[in-house]
Design a binder for this molecule. Structure first.
Ligand code: FAD
Ligand code: UDP
Length: 390
């Protein structure tokens, strides 16, 4: 038994950091956090680039939640910049709000036709309602069907093909449902009551969360160098049996040498470009829904509110299949029944280890936003701390 630590946490993203803090602070446990990267924060990590612009190295992260507990919990570690995310789609040079809404309707069809369509839509679904594109495409009214076809072709089809290599109707319906058609003039990407950006960035938030006398973080340390899972069961830490809880937030197939085959993911290439201008594009994020090989371009200063005259950095996102080569990062689980079944086989192996918990976007093979991960980490620790002897 390792004498120095009560709990082991693998990964220092939102899942690992919240769990570590809870076990250390609320549970009074000594927690060892192993993180393979040379920094904390997981995919929410941010840092200054060479031009001094605060960038999100693993893609733009906007915090939003309806969960008050999550918001209050994170507010212990950061103040917030009041920020409401607004996205436009570039449709042959015309920028229209995404999610497609009543303003987009007007931009696409002109005032007269938009008024008729608005009336029909509101009659069919009700005012201020959200309707998924797949649902809208089922509508038998010919005018609504034409509109649905327009939105499908101009907002969803090409973007989804780029992002997933599949058509909207071929992917998990919950994915396109994230961006429904919105019968409203509210042009925000999210309607959650709590939204914002950490005032000083995500990395300082993580630094404060992990700064606790009971927490030891080791960076640049892949769990496989310290933790082994012998065939006969149990967990070894540095070669000795470890009986405390282990919270694992990495990819579950890697834990078992991918013995049933790799879990499929999409990865992203981020092309960062810096320009000598104050502002490069109209909105923090512009989606390219009918043209260009990238799905979207984000301009970080417009997210973070950083004041830095004469310089700005953007990131273009290009999606492709994950092959686990060249340090590729598995960003998006490809959720379908076959992959879920493969995941279930790995999960069963992990759970056979006893007090071994899979937590987070990778470990649970789910499409979770940050707030969902924080909520799950808090709930997992609620349960663990109720258990005697944790
Ligand atoms: P991660 O952040 O991936 O952290 C896992 C950590 O574990 C990593 O640091 C990894 O290095 C480490 N690790 C893995 N294996 C090992 C190992 N064997 N040994 C040691 N360490 C290991 N959510 C939002 O709410 N808003 C957004 O705007 C948003 N934008 C996103 C944009 C993109 C492009 C992507 C991909 C995701 C976005 N998300 C967003 C989702 C968000 O990134 C996740 O919800 C969150 O990062 C999940 O945290 P996590 O701790 O589960 O995983
Ligand atoms: N989507 C689309 N066009 C858009 C925005 C989103 O087709 O302009 C679809 C696409 O399939 C995408 C999904 O909706 O993967 C979810 O979009 P979201 O912005 O939530 O993706 P994330 O920010 O998580 O990458």
């Amino acid at each position: 038994m390792d004498q120095n630590f009560d709990c082991l946490v693998i990964g220092a993203g939102f899942a690992g950091a919240v769990a570590a803090r809870e076990l250390a602070e609320r549970g009074g446990k000594r927690v060892l956090v192993l993180e393979r990267r040379d920094h904390i924060g997981g995919n929410a990590y941010d840092c200054l680039d060479n031009a001094g612009v605060l960038i999100h190295q693993y893609g733009p992260h906007i915090f939003h939640t309806a969960n008050r507990r999550v918001y209050e919990y994170l507010s212990r570690f950061t103040q917030w910049r009041d920020y409401q995310h607004r996205v436009v789609a570039n449709v042959y040079g015309v920028e229209m709000p995404v999610p497609f809404n009543l303003t987009s309707l007007m931009l696409a069809f002109g005032l007269e036709k938009a008024e008729i369509l608005e009336q029909k839509l509101v009659e069919a679904y009700g005012p201020e309602k959200k309707v998924t594109i797949l649902e809208l495409r089922q509508n038998p009214d010919p005018q609504i069907a034409d509109l649905a076809e327009y939105v499908y072709q101009h907002v969803f089809l090409y973007y989804t093909m780029k992002q997933w290599g599949q058509k909207p109707e071929e992917i998990d319906p919950n994915t396109t449902a994230r961006v429904p058609v919105f019968l409203s003039r509210d042009d925000r990407y999210f309607q959650d009551p709590y939204q914002g950006m950490p005032l000083e960035g995500y990395t300082p938030l993580f630094r404060r969360m992990l700064h606790h006398p009971n927490i030891t973080v080791v960076l640049g340390e892949d769990a496989s160098r310290r933790m082994t899972l012998p065939e006969e069961g149990g967990v070894l830490l540095d070669g000795a049996p470890f009986t405390g809880p282990v919270i694992y937030t990495g990819a579950v197939d890697e834990l078992f040498g991918c013995r049933f085959g790799r879990l499929p993911y999409r990865t992203l290439d981020f092309r960062f470009e810096t320009y000598d201008v104050d502002q490069w594009q109209s909105h923090a994020t512009v989606n390219y829904t009918v043209s260009e090989p990238w799905t979207r371009i984000t301009e970080f200063k417009l997210l973070t509110g950083q004041v830095l005259p004469g310089k700005t950095t953007i990131a273009k996102e290009i999606s492709r299949p994950y092959t686990a080569e060249d340090g590729q990062i598995p960003y998006y689980a490809i959720i379908n029944p076959e992959n879920n079944a493969l995941y279930a086989r790995y999960k069963a192996l992990a759970e056979g280890r006893g007090r071994f918990y899979l937590l987070g976007r990778l470990a649970e093979y789910k499409y979770y936003n940050m707030d969902a991960i924080v909520a799950r980490a808090l709930e997992l620790c609620d349960g663990l701390l109720e258990e005697k002897g944790v």
